[in-house]
Design a protein around this ligand. Sequence first.
Ligand SMILES: [Zn+2]
Ligand SMILES: [Zn+2]
Ligand SMILES: [Zn+2]
Length: 261
Amino acid sequence: MPIEEHKALIQRFVAGFNQGDLSIIDETISRAFFNYRPAPGEETAPDVLNQLAGDLVAAFPDMKIAVDDFNDRGETLSFALTLSGTQKNELWGSPGSGKHATWTSTVTSRIRNGNFAFCWEDLPLPDVMATLRSIDMVPPPEDMDKPTKYPVSIPEFLLKLIFTGQVADLSCGHLDLIKVTEPTTDVCNDCLAAGDIWPALRMCLICGYVGCCDTSKNKHMKQHYEETGHPVFRSIRLQESWVWCYEDDVFLSGKILEQYK
Ligand SMILES: [Zn+2]
Ligand SMILES: [Zn+2]
Ligand SMILES: [Zn+2]
């Protein structure tokens, strides 16, 4: 597809979204992800985007998209995508803050079957944190090692996007090491022993060790991985069971744990 048509397709998506017409997602976004084609019955890219857009628009009724800085790269087209709006209503467990949030990032798009597929090029974690912080979804830097104010539950596909830059499923070669899926404690004993607190907990799926997350002061789960080489853990926060592998840097849905119970 010529670059001007590719650009026009993206602008059509933006215009439709800004007019509140979410059916523009099914019309302009390809079923396949940027680098992954879902099998029949699996979630498609429009499925994921409809879920994300629905959640965002419900929380930010005035949300608008802007695109800028188009850059022709031959097979792909990159551009700056900005989302902005006022958080009037609840978002993933965090009540309406009344605050304005703006989020800009670079996106790459390619054409698949006449529609476009996109991925975030690089999602710097500090930027993600700053945006979530601006609407009170994550605590200020000085309180990062304290539990969050609200029981926020960010959808798995979004965590996957934040951690890996894409929503496609990547593979982990360590799943056959999984021996334990349910935690037997809900504290970080190493932090308790040191008199510290933690924002969130992880459990090693190989030996069952429970330790604090990578944003905590002590990073006990990471320390456990460095000491034992056990790479796969799950989140054991309320309503969260997603899995992460330190070796492969992959994020997996907690649903995969069903088969190891
Ligand atoms: Zn792995
Ligand atoms: Zn700890
Ligand atoms: Zn372990």
